[in-house]
Write a protein that binds this ligand. Structure first.
Ligand SMILES: Nc1ncnc2c1ncn2[C@@H]1O[C@H](COP(=O)(O)OP(=O)(O)OP(=O)(O)O)[C@@H](O)[C@H]1O
Ligand SMILES: [Mg+2]
Length: 454
């Protein structure tokens, strides 16, 4: 979710806080109060967007998926036997992030379920294994899809065997073909191993009236290497690889969405092309391309601009990169965070780089202030290398005369944004400086808990 920066002064001038005279409330659209500010943002937004801004979000299901016609046909072909009452093969869909895997399966499901007379004996169950990643949760979810009332539902607290038997009963109570979509299936295996996939892949031998088809989706191309050989061959009956999009394909995808999302004449030439070019460099990820377009629109709104320009895309790209850096800082191990914070403090004070010996002293003092047992210099040296490989700092060799050489550490991220991000951690918070609310800008476009189009 995008979080608007409360501290940002609205473009177009004017004081950040307008004086309230004689107790007279400012006019409602004035940005001098939070609600006035939000109102003015909302008003200005409508100048660009045609209607709902959902159109550019992941949860939105576009009416067509350009450059995925072949994959849609392939998935439909694999599932087609179900329409005739036969059992389709299991299917695995692979491809890097943002290559349209989830969207294609959602589209096929929509097409199948629209043909109600054909689909009455076909049930799609969609499970995002990023959210449901335990055997219990998975079997319970599958079974409860067919529960007719509360008494029929599989509760929590049963043994796994009992849940499995309950799920079989519920599946047979409906009968027909059940297409189980396991999105991000690699996360299920990483969290819980492959035993539940073994159970599911041989369920048809135990079911009487229902037939289960597994449709796994993964962006880890190698995840089946870790599976039991029997599970692997059962899952892999059919597989489809989704290639990354190139810049021209991303342009077509974005043009469709931009047309639907924005009013005529509000997107300058070059905007779509630039978003597509940036995203093509980043693995051909359509989600990234859409996020850039959405953020470029947000930048235009902040500028109170009537049109989105290529410059807004550049700003959007910088912001997105900054968000990625901040997310990266938040997920560092505790001592690595303390080390980075010590480096940032030292570099901020010096307005320059710091030598490795000084870095270790600064880290040790900070760790002690925070009540932590400082790690040995060797471990800290490893963390310095890790921070360097993440692109957060840069270490250069400097000569200190008489043949002595040491490393100078320079910070490669904006200090004023990175320090508050680290201070959000309760570990660092005690040494953090008080900051006004909303000082930290966050957009968090790549929300890991994102919802799909199902
Ligand atoms: N061909 C396309 N046409 C229109 N929109 C697309 C197309 N491909 C992907 N998208 C859009 O891009 C976003 C990402 O697509 P999707 O979620 O299907 O990717 P994915 O391959 O499942 O990625 P991940 O591996 O990260 O889950 C969605 O908003 C989707 O609607
Ligand atoms: Mg997906």
């Amino acid at each position: 979710m995008a979080v608007a920066p409360v501290s940002d002064r609205p473009a177009g001038g004017g004081p950040a806080t307008a004086p309230v005279m004689g107790g007279v409330a400012p006019p409602p659209a004035s940005p001098s109060t939070a609600s006035g500010f939000l109102d003015s943002i909302l008003e200005s937004k409508s100048e660009l967007y045609r209607g709902s801004r959902e159109v550019l979000r992941d949860s939105y299901m576009p009416s067509r998926l350009p450059h995925r016609e072949q994959q849609i046909r392939q998935v439909a072909e694999v599932l087609a036997p179900a329409l005739r009452g036969d059992i389709p093969s299991n299917l695995l869909i692979y491809g890097k992030i943002g290559t349209g895997k989830t969207a294609v399966v959602a589209q096929v499901r929509q097409d199948v379920t629209r043909r109600t007379e054909l689909a009455s004996h076909i049930t799609f169950i969609y499970v995002n294994c990023g959210n449901i990643d335990t055997p219990y949760g998975l079997l319970q979810t599958i079974g409860n899809t067919f529960a007719k009332g509360d008494a029929d539902r599989i509760p929590t607290g049963w043994s796994l065997d009992r849940v499995q038997a309950g799920m079989r009963r519920l599946l047979d109570s409906k009968g027909g073909t059940v297409i189980l979509v396991l999105d991000e299936i690699d996360r299920l295996v990483a969290r819980s191993g492959d035993s539940v996939l073994y159970t599911l892949s041989q369920l048809n031998t135990e079911l009487e009236l229902a037939r289960l088809v597994l449709l796994g989706i993964s962006n880890d191309l190698k995840f089946t290497n870790h599976l039991d050989a029997r599970v692997r061959s059962r899952l892999n009956e059919e597989k489809i690889l989704f290639p990354p999009y190139d810049a021209l394909q991303l342009q077509d995808i974005l043009r469709d969405r931009a047309k639907e999302a924005f009013r005529d004449g509000t997107v300058d030439p070059g905007v779509v092309e630039r978003c597509a070019a940036y995203a093509a460099l980043e693995n051909g990820d359509a989600r990234r391309a859409l996020a850039l377009l959405r953020l470029a629109a947000e930048m235009a709104e902040r500028d109170r601009a009537k049109r989105i320009t290529p410059d807004h895309v550049v700003k959007a790209k910088n912001r997105l990169e900054q968000d990625i850096i901040l997310d990266c800082c938040r997920t560092l191990p505790p001592h690595c965070k303390v080390l980075l914070y010590a480096i940032l403090q030292a570099c901020e004070r010096r307005r320059n780089g710091v030598l490795t010996g000084e870095v270790y002293d600064a880290y040790r003092r900070l760790a002690e202030r925070l009540g932590l047992q400082p790690l040995h210099a060797r471990s800290i040296s490893n963390y310095v290398s890790e921070l360097e490989s993440l692109g957060l700092i840069r270490a250069t060799i400097v000569s200190r005369g008489r043949g002595g050489r040491t490393r100078e550490i320079l910070v490669d991220v904006p200090i004023s944004d990175t320090m508050p991000a680290l201070e959000e951690d309760p570990l660092i918070a005690p040494v953090g400086r008080p900051r006004s609310r909303g000082q930290l800008l966050l957009t968090n476009f790549d929300n890991p808990g994102r919802t799909g189009p199902f």
